[in-house]
Design a protein around this ligand. Structure first.
Ligand code: NAP
Length: 340
């Protein structure tokens, strides 16, 4: 059994990691941490774990180096890089769910976020999007788990940009449930601020735009315009990408290209022509569903759906750990989406 530590276990991604890893046949959670709830049982924080998982939370700020085979950092950016520096020993796997190790270019990270205090670790980190970087993840000891919106956007455009089929720019229009903002109390996440409304936010300044942009630019020099929206639901992301093909192709041919690109991928499903993804069909699962339509004049619309807390965060983090540890990539992630 591999020993697992969840650092910052009291947030949404921490909870989803606990519930996912409890069903994993080859790991045991041996460390959960929190500063706010240190000394308390996790079932006191999440009563739904009563009788299932009753471990006590250890202080996040204590020294936990060397205790586990894999650590998941479920902390805000900034705190994660500090923690990675404390835990990294070149042996244990660290999967960071924050943005701190998603950028290969420290200067770009600092432009978008804050000064990076663990720059020496950046060259060791791999961007943890298995469908693109599985081979690199295999040997990695530090994995920067992708952002939730970038996961949905990059998987939606990858087959087209990889094959050089897009002319012009990409417009990424995403909608997310409120759990994307985390569990910590914030005015903008309160019920009355969110329910019965629907709004765009951080237009042109959202930190996920440069993350999508740098990945797209590994294949082509096109511009990405990203507009996130907040939907009055708990979880799920629906992303709609608008662009134009260099040459007209039939919808069925582009769908065939997507099926070929993602052939054998355990968590990408291409929906049939004329059908489109729905966040209800990926909820509580690690699936990314993708559908698309090509118009007569070459315009193309691609739509993807994920659960922001699973494929957009903790599920993908477990997928990365499985790959890095050489285990079945889908171990612990075989749950059927929950419906209705
Ligand atoms: N929510 C999503 O859909 C999503 C998707 C992708 C990536 N992410 C990223 O994943 C990370 C965790 O997100 P989340 O949604 O789980 O957040 P969250 O619900 O707000 O939980 C944050 C956790 O971090 C701890 N924490 C907060 N500030 C800290 C500090 N200064 N020092 C040490 N610990 C601190 C909290 O522990 P205490 O108990 O000690 O307060 C809590 O356990 C973030 O970087 C986020 O951007 C989130």
């Amino acid at each position: 059994m591999q020993k697992i530590g969840i650092v910052g276990a009291t947030g949404y991604t921490g909870f989803v990691l606990i519930s996912t890893l409890l069903t994993h046949p080859e790991v045991k959670i041996t460390l959960i941490t929190s500063n706010t709830y240190k000394g308390k049982k996790i079932s006191g924080v999440f009563p739904l774990l009563k009788g299932i998982f009753e471990e006590t939370l250890e202080p996040t700020d204590e020294d936990h180096k060397g205790k586990c085979d894999a650590y998941f950092l479920c902390l805000p950016h900034g705190s994660s890089m500090e923690m990675a520096r404390r835990l990294y020993d070149g042996r244990a796997i660290i999967v960071d769910l924050s943005a701190d190790f998603r950028f290969e270019d420290a200067a770009l990270y600092e432009k978008v976020y804050i000064p990076h205090i663990a720059k020496e670790l950046i060259p060791k980190a791999v961007y943890g999007l298995p469908e693109l970087y599985r081979d690199r993840i295999k040997g990695a000891r530090l994995i920067g788990n992708p952002g939730c919106y970038p996961t949905s956007a990059i998987l939606a455009v990858y087959p087209l940009v990889k094959n050089g089929l897009i002319a012009g720019d990409i417009f990424v229009d995403s909608k997310s449930g409120v759990s994307g903002a985390g569990r910590e109390a914030k005015l903008g996440s309160m019920f009355c601020e969110v329910s019965e409304g629907f709004r765009a936010y951080n237009v042109g300044v959202h930190r996920h735009e440069p993350e999508i942009q740098k990945e797209v630019n590994k294949f082509a020099p096109m511009k990405v315009t990203f507009v996130p929206h907040l939907l009055p639901m708990n979880r799920g992301i629906l992303t709609t990408v608008y662009s134009r093909l260099k040459e007209h192709a039939a919808t069925k041919d582009i769908l065939a290209l997507y099926r070929k690109t993602y052939d054998g991928e355990p968590f990408v499903r291409i929906v049939d022509e004329g059908a489109y993804p729905d966040t209800r069909f990926t909820r509580f699962s690690n699936y990314c569903d993708i559908g698309l339509k090509v118009f007569e004049d070459g315009r193309i619309v691609i739509i993807s759906a994920i659960d922001n807390l699973v494929k957009g965060a903790s599920g993908q983090a477990v997928q990365n750990m499985n790959i890095a540890l050489g285990m079945d990539e889908a171990a612990g992630l075989k749950s059927v989406p929950q419906y209705p």
